[in-house]
Design a protein around this ligand. Structure first.
Ligand SMILES: Cc1cc2nc3c(=O)[nH]c(=O)nc-3n(C[C@H](O)[C@H](O)[C@H](O)COP(=O)(O)O)c2cc1C
Length: 187
């Protein structure tokens, strides 16, 4: 698929068909994600793929957190919508920063650099997935329950995002974008 077309046609997908995405395809799009550029070629991204019952366990943890938020009258925003999307998706990939919790001299600039690198990998994953006619949702609502997820996984790396992957069951209209003039100055 043409890259410009892929960029223009990409949408966040929140409804998925009940159809399994093969492990071969998931592995391929993750491999393509690792072709993304990264600051100092540090490749700070780490991935864990959840499918079937393991994904169900993740959803259960997220639902528990959601219910706790509700009980405490805390704002939940799109949390429930994100949980439902993960529930419907064939797979969800949790994305971690391999270094932020470990390097002694890890500073603000390293965090900015590594986070940009991880964002580049996620966007590459999203576009690669489209070539396989897959829909994806980039999710940061996991921050509502990152501690719970990491403790369940006994994972010490910092959780950065989740990406739900599946065959799309919706064709959303494009979400509005600011005009180029609003976000760009020419000097
Ligand atoms: C860093 C990041 C975090 C996001 N987190 C969520 C999320 O937790 N839940 C959700 O439904 N959408 C999430 N989104 C998707 C955005 O809502 C979506 O990209 C935006 O509304 C524009 O729509 P589009 O992707 O269809 O162009 C996230 C997107 C990004 C880039």
């Amino acid at each position: 698929m043409d890259v410009i077309r892929a960029i223009e046609e990409r949408r966040s997908i929140r409804k998925f068909k009940d159809k399994v995405v093969s492990e071969e395809i998931i592995a391929k799009i993750l491999e393509l994600a690792t072709k993304a550029p990264s600051g100092k070629n540090r490749q700070p991204w780490r991935f864990i793929v959840f499918q079937k019952s393991k994904k169900d366990e993740l959803v259960a943890i997220m639902k528990d957190s959601f219910n706790e938020y509700k009980k405490q009258n805390k704002p939940t925003g799109s949390f429930e919508l994100s949980i439902n999307s993960i529930n419907e998706a064939s797979a969800v990939v949790l994305v971690f920063n391999a270094f932020s919790n470990f390097e002694e001299d890890y500073n603000h600039y390293r965090l900015l650099t590594d986070t940009q690198s991880i964002g580049a990998a996620i966007q590459t994953l999203l576009l690669a997935a489209q070539d396989y006619k897959l829909g994806t949702l980039w999710i940061c609502d996991i921050f509502h329950c990152d501690a719970e997820i990491c403790s369940w996984l006994n994972c010490k790396e910092e959780l950065v995002a989740a990406v739900a992957i599946g065959y799309p069951n919706q064709l959303p209209y494009p979400r509005p974008r600011k005009l180029l003039d609003e976000v760009t100055k020419w000097r």
